[in-house]
Ligand binder design. Structure first.
Ligand code: ADP
Length: 296
């Protein structure tokens, strides 16, 4: 990449605690699982790492706790080249996600902890950082009032933001309308909009719905995913959003940006954990070239 787009991510940092088992325990049942692992995660941190691996100049705005998980989460971001000086420390536990993996499918419980201490006044303090970005990535693992403050700040600074409405919740119309792009997956889209087909027409080239192995749809059409066998889909959407942001900040048209983002996500789901398999720009380009030459 000739120049590094400046991306600011406003969102969550979590430690993911992953339990892998052959089945899900029923209420009141105890089972033996196969494996326990910890992975740094949180949609915000994931998107920050994905964007940095792809070559962006990334700054993260977020909040961790004053606990060892907080230290580790910051350390991991620094190792990835993400700027962490605008991540605050709240007097509570760091965010944690307990992830149960069965047959490659995830059930997730999120304890927001410090992520819910990220308040609108903190965003206000970071106005300069937002103003200096080419694109901002926002998700919904922080308080909605903070999302609204971030959206307002972007709007006032004339900086486009991609809203990844995950985990889904109904949103004020303004937050959707002011977004340059909004990127729900299918189930999130169904929570946000009564009629997704109508919504695609109402928000042309803004609403981009990700559909797993089917790729993405937006008003202008469909962009196919790259067929791969999924090992762990945690972080697929995060990789997709970071890659989309990077390409759009670099001036790519939406269809091209979606295809690149599909390729980045396809590469990412080949490994366990959200951040482990996140590809570099060179890996995405090589993968796309290889798929072009040999589609299956
Ligand atoms: P989320 O991970 O947020 O639930 P999706 O399941 O829609 O969202 O996945 C996001 C993107 O990841 C998809 O648009 C696609 O590019 C890619 N992806 C997800 N699952 C697969 C898969 N099985 N094969 C290829 N690509 C996939």
């Amino acid at each position: 990449m000739s120049q590094q787009p400046k991306i600011t991510v406003i969102g969550s940092l979590n430690m993911d605690l992953t339990v892998t088992s052959a089945k899900r325990p029923a209420a009141g049942e105890t089972i033996l699982g196969e494996r326990f692992e910890t992975f740094p995660g949180g949609k915000g941190a994931n998107q920050a790492v994905a964007a940095a691996r792809l070559g962006a100049d990334v700054t993260m705005i977020g909040m961790v706790g004053q606990d060892p998980f907080g230290d580790e989460l910051m350390q991991v971001l620094r190792q990835e080249g993400v700027k962490t000086e605008h991540i605050g420390r709240a007097d509570t536990s760091s965010g944690v996600a307990v992830i149960q993996v069965v047959d490659g499918d995830n059930s997730i419980t999120v304890i927001p902890g410090a992520n819910f201490k990220l308040m609108p006044d903190y965003i206000e303090e970071k106005r300069d950082v937002i103003q200096n970005s080419e694109i901002v990535l926002i998700q919904l693992e922080i308080p909605l009032e903070t999302v609204a403050a971030a959206a307002k700040c972007c709007e006032e600074a004339n900086v486009p933001y991609i809203l990844n409405p995950a985990p889904a919740q109904p949103l004020p119309y303004e937050i959707i309308n002011q977004a340059a792009y909004i990127t729900p997956n299918e189930s999130e889209a169904a929570i946000l909009f009564e009629d997704t087909d109508k919504a695609l027409q109402e928000f042309p080239d803004k609403l981009v719905i990700t559909k797993g192995e089917e790729g993405v749809v937006y008003s202008g059409g469909h962009v196919a995913a790259f067929p791969v066998s999924a090992v762990d889909t945690t972080g697929a959407g995060d990789t997709f959003n970071a890659a989309l942001g990077l390409m759009l900040a670099s001036g790519s048209p939406l269809a091209e940006a979606c295809s690149y983002a599909n390729a980045a996500a396809a590469l990412q789901i080949g490994s366990h954990g959200a951040q482990a398999g996140m590809p570099t720009d060179a890996e995405v380009i090589a993968f796309m070239r290889q798929k072009e030459e040999n589609p299956l």
